[in-house]
Design a protein. Structure first.
Length: 170
């Protein structure tokens, strides 16, 4: 009976630790863009989520708007967490600079290795159906960039590699 109570307390403590991190993705997620909680099963498709860009071209003087939202499918649902970065090619380094809209629960800027405000994550674990940001490429960069997101719909439903259309930076 004592073992049963110890097991229950352990589960409750573990659950509390897991759910007590509502303030966005940690810096340790920058490279892999994956949550650290286990067990993890990743959906490799967009699922009911879309990562839209306002334009397929950008420059330092002409930032683009990036919107993560649920799609219009019958499976459409809310999401609770996310991490968004801009990457060039197969690089695992986030580039450029994000700006939040300034509204409550509209994202928190992250400074992943190699940059400042080069990623954005959630500020709470509340239900969300859309989040919008501005993104500017880094000075001196030219080439192709894809915005990439990992979305946490629930503890066991995580969608990786949600990609925007390719953006040409000039």
């Amino acid at each position: 009976m004592l073992n049963f109570h110890v097991a229950i307390v352990s589960v409750l403590v573990t659950a509390q630790v897991i759910t007590a991190l509502p303030n966005g993705a940690p810096l340790s997620a920058c490279g892999s863009m994956t949550p650290s909680h286990i067990p993890i099963f990743f959906y490799q498709r967009n699922g009911p989520f879309v990562l839209e860009v306002s334009s397929e071209s950008a420059s330092v003087d002409s930032p683009i708007t990036v919107t993560l939202k649920t799609d219009d499918s019958p499976d459409s649902t809310y999401f609770r967490g996310y991490l968004i970065q801009a990457r060039s090619g197969n690089s695992t380094t986030s580039i450029g600079t994000f700006v939040t809209t300034g509204q409550i629960n509209k994202g928190k800027l992250m400074s992943c290795p190699g940059g400042t405000a080069n990623a954005v994550t959630h500020t709470s674990r509340s239900n969300k159906s859309e989040e919008t940001f501005s993104w500017s490429p880094p000075k001196g960069f030219t080439g192709k960039v894809t915005l990439k997101a990992t979305v946490v719909a629930s503890y066991t439903r995580i969608y990786r590699n949600i990609l925007s259309k390719e953006v040409t930076v000039s």
